[in-house]
Design a protein around this ligand. Structure first.
Ligand code: DOR
Ligand code: ZN
Length: 348
């Protein structure tokens, strides 16, 4: 175990974040902008962000509620549909507004019903993206009812992602929120144009957190947490320093009544305590010296953006650092991720 008690790193970025809209956006934006300089903003609003004009309007709504004094850059994405206009993508990318395009297989997760069913129909957009170097962020799960939910990521890699990458080798693909050893191995085996983001919570929980001793809806997210062997593979990849892996929290707030019910929503809210949790994980793995690569260097390198000039300092305190169990927003109460161990690292 390392004995460091202070760590200064480049200011981190979050390469996968749900900010929502309206009262929820207002309630969660400050938790993201407090520590993170930039974030890739997910487009799965209701209705989704499908055109460059939608993204421009959403960006303005985000900037309008940013706490005064915070410098935070939302990196906007478009939600890929079978009707996405390649010219609109290209114009959005050329203007600097659009950083990536998000693929949700239809039915895979929250507000994904407008996503892609038949990939042939999305090929014109995907071909254009490959041509202009606009990255595709992928929710990598098949939705076929016959496929077990714990196998959906592995089956997606084999039946969708690998054939797509073979067809469009120039397409730059971020496999988001990787949850399996299969995903890690696939990324490691690729020669080019593939990287993966990993969430904070998938480094900490396995599927027992959701199911042992009662159903715990606040640990339910998609892709669902897997067996311990997968969590260990994620931890090894995240703490290895390998430039193909970086942080994407997938912090995804839902109000408590929508989590604590007979058919609860997927999503875990981690913006507020992510850096504390990650320092704990990296220290446990004797890899505090790799935290900066994971949170602040590998992501910008992949997306072709400069690293942040500013730094943040984390300090390890003898007493536990506490975070609120819940936050209140105008949309309702949101439960904060509980890592189930005391946190001692704090951003000062
Ligand atoms: O857990 C998740 N929540 N996974 C997703 O893919 C979507 C997200 C959400 O929007 O709530
Ligand atoms: Zn997400």
């Amino acid at each position: 175990m390392s004995t460091a008690t202070e760590l200064t790193i480049r200011r981190p970025d979050d390469w996968h974040l749900h900010l929502r809209d309206g009262g929820m956006l207002k309630g969660v934006i400050g938790d993201a902008s407090r520590h993170f300089a930039r974030a890739i903003i997910m487009p799965n609003l209701v209705p989704p962000v499908v055109t460059t004009a939608d993204a421009a309007a959403y960006r303005e709504r985000i900037m309008a509620v940013l706490p005064k004094g915070d410098r935070f850059e939302p990196l906007m994405t478009l939600y890929l549909t079978e009707g996405t206009d390649p010219d609109d993508l290209e114009a959005g990318h050329a203007s600097g507004l659009i950083t990536a395009v998000k693929l949700y297989p239809a039915g895979a997760t929250t507000n994904s019903h407008g996503g892609v069913r038949n990939f042939e129909n999305a090929m014109p957009a995907l071909e254009r993206m490959a041509k202009i170097g606009l990255p595709l962020c992928v929710h990598g799960e098949v939705t076929t009812p016959e496929v077990d939910i714990f196998d959906r990521e592995a089956v997606f890699i084999e039946t969708v992602l690998d054939p797509l990458r073979a067809r469009l080798p120039e397409l730059k693909v971020t496999m988001e929120h990787v949850t399996t050893k299969d995903g890690i191995d696939y990324i490691k085996s690729s020669k080019a144009n593939l990287a993966g983001s990993i969430t904070t919570h998938h480094l900490i929980i396995n599927r027992n957190a959701i199911l042992v001793g009662g159903i715990r809806p606040h640990y339910y997210c998609l892709p669902v947490a897997k067996r311990e062997v997968h969590r260990l593979a994620l931890r090894a990849a995240a703490t290895s320093g390998d430039a193909r892996f970086f942080l994407g929290t997938d912090s995804a707030p839902h109000v408590d009544p929508l989590k604590e019910c007979a058919c609860g929503c997927a999503g875990i809210y981690t913006s507020i305590n992510t850096m504390s949790c990650l320092a704990h994980v990296f220290e446990q793995e004797n890899a505090l010296d790799k935290l900066e690569a994971f949170t602040s260097l590998n992501g910008p390198a992949w997306y072709g953006l400069p690293v942040n000039d500013e730094t943040i300092t984390l300090r390890k305190r003898a007493e536990a650092v506490t975070y609120p169990e819940k936050i209140e927003t105008e949309a309702g109460t949101v439960t904060v991720f509980d890592p189930m161990f005391p946190l001692h690292w704090q951003v000062v």
